[in-house]
Design a protein around this ligand. Structure first.
Ligand code: NAD
Length: 430
């Protein structure tokens, strides 16, 4: 049966709501996205034919600020998935304490089968269709799976053409010359790295003794791998959609990243070469990578990778979820029983939206920060929220995912109760 990621996310919300006794109205409201947009995106292909692709944009909740969320290009994109990810964004922004609500968008397409010009037409036509629902004060876009800085700059250009002025704050993850922030490209990986450094402080391990496997070797995975490698963590395995490589003594991460970069020709949007064909090491499948005997497993590819089918075979002691929704609730139960410690997606990958917020602030302010300032502010937020959530784990005797939801819900409730809830209005009834 196909996984209903939205239903799972809501069951995690219900569980969290039972701890601090949240007003049921607030929880009920969070269960319903504010707006779900479905558009048909026409594209004139290079051979002259016309193709129509399904596109989506979901605003989940804007109580704490304008909605914010990535755009993904993938054949499996669908409305239910978008609703789930938009919900996760609402929770993630609340976890990080930044004044945004959640959104998500995407197009059901295999972008690697398109030429760069087809991809540009697809992107611009999609923006034309959703333009009324987005904007710096309304809904801010960002990169996600298969949407890189070049695609982001087409989004910016198209939106600016529509509103007839430069509007850099409509999308984050822009190239720096177009108003991007220093440090945004590596921010999601850096946020996950700061979470691992918090674990390092708690457990007192030596980095050189810690073996790490990373599933997915895209933007985010490469930046966390680079930072961990510099600290002498052993990255023993990495993979992409075509398979992976394993080296027990640890991969030479900078040269693997270099090979991946070189496999993108100047006119191509995506890498051409598969990791397992480019770099040295024993070839392994993505399934085998997840089951390796390592200390830390980092799923950094797509959702639904750790399920009830393989949860029992996972040997890692820690899982740091960079991908959104890589672990199903059933798998969560199995892993918790086994004592596997999971740093959940809404905390582990919150570095991206945090620096996106910094980018938006800089665009609106028209004054740009140094890399040092961006990284210092990011570190402050992620390590503080990690500690806040760790404290809640202890207080409520729950796993880190539940504690993260409790933390997000507490922040959301502070905003919701300021507008009044049932108890306020029923008391004031004439
Ligand atoms: P990306 O497109 O740069 O990289 C994705 C990588 O995953 C690629 O190497 C791809 O080959 C690989 N992959 C795809 N399908 C796979 C499969 N079935 N098995 C193994 N590998 C597979 O994307 P990214 O920006 O690095 O994002 C990675 C994940 O992190 C996504 O789930 C995304 O939602 C999440 N995320 C990204 C950001 C961000 O700032 N980019 C922020 C939060 C969360």
């Amino acid at each position: 049966m196909e996984r209903n990621i939205y239903k799972e996310a809501l069951s995690r919300l219900d569980l969290a709501a039972s701890y601090p006794k949240v007003d049921p109205e607030i929880v009920e409201k969070l269960k319903h996205p504010k707006l779900c947009l479905k558009v048909s995106v026409p594209v004139r292909m290079d051979d002259g034919s016309l193709k129509i692709f399904e596109g989506f944009r979901v605003h989940h909740n804007d109580l704490r600020g304008p909605t914010k969320g990535g755009i993904r290009y993938h054949p499996l994109v669908n409305i239910k998935e978008m609703e789930a990810f938009a919900f996760l964004m609402t929770m993630k922004c609340a976890v990080a304490g930044i004044p945004f609500g959640g959104a998500k968008g995407g197009i059901s397409v295999d972008p690697k089968k398109m030429s760069p010009m087809e991809l540009e037409r697809l992107t611009r036509n999609y923006i034309d269709l959703i333009a009324d629902s987005i904007g710096p004060e309304k809904d801010i876009l960002a990169p996600d799976l298969n949407t890189n800085p070049m695609i982001i700059s087409w989004i910016l250009d198209q939106y600016s053409n529509i509103v007839r002025h430069a509007a850099p704050a409509v999308v984050t993850g822009k190239p720096i010359p177009l108003g991007g922030s220093q440090g945004r490209e590596g921010a999601t990986g850096r946020g996950a790295y700061y979470c691992i450094k918090e674990l390092e402080k708690i457990h007192g391990w030596k980095p050189e003794e810690i073996r790490v496997a990373i599933q997915g070797f895209g933007n985010v995975a490469q930046s966390v791998a680079e930072l961990l490698y510099k600290d002498r963590y052993k990255i023993v395995a990495a993979s992409d959609s075509q398979g992976g490589i394993f080296q027990s003594k640890g991969l030479d991460v900078p040269s693997v990243i270099q090979l991946k970069k070189e496999s993108r020709e100047i006119q191509d949007v995506y890498c051409k070469g598969a990791l397992c064909k480019l770099a040295d090491g024993k070839r392994i499948t993505n399934e085998a990578l997840l089951e390796l005997d390592v200390d830390i497993l980092i799923p950094a590819a797509i959702e639904n990778q750790i399920t009830k089918k393989n949860a029992d075979k996972i040997k890692a002691r820690f899982i740091v979820e960079i991908a959104n929704g890589p672990t199903t609730t059933e798998a969560d139960g199995i892993l918790n029983k086994k004592g596997v410690f999971i740093v959940p997606d809404i905390l582990a990958n919150a570095g991206g939206v945090t620096v996106s917020y910094f980018e938006w602030v800089q665009n609106k302010y028209g004054y740009y920060w140094s890399l040092k300032k961006v990284n210092a502010q990011l570190h402050k937020i992620i390590s503080q929220e990690f500690k806040n959530i760790y404290h809640l784990m202890d207080k409520h005797k729950v796993d880190m995912r539940t504690a993260s939801y409790i933390h997000a819900l507490n922040r959301h409730c502070e905003a919701a109760t300021s507008q009044g809830t049932y108890s306020y209005f029923s008391k004031n009834k004439k």
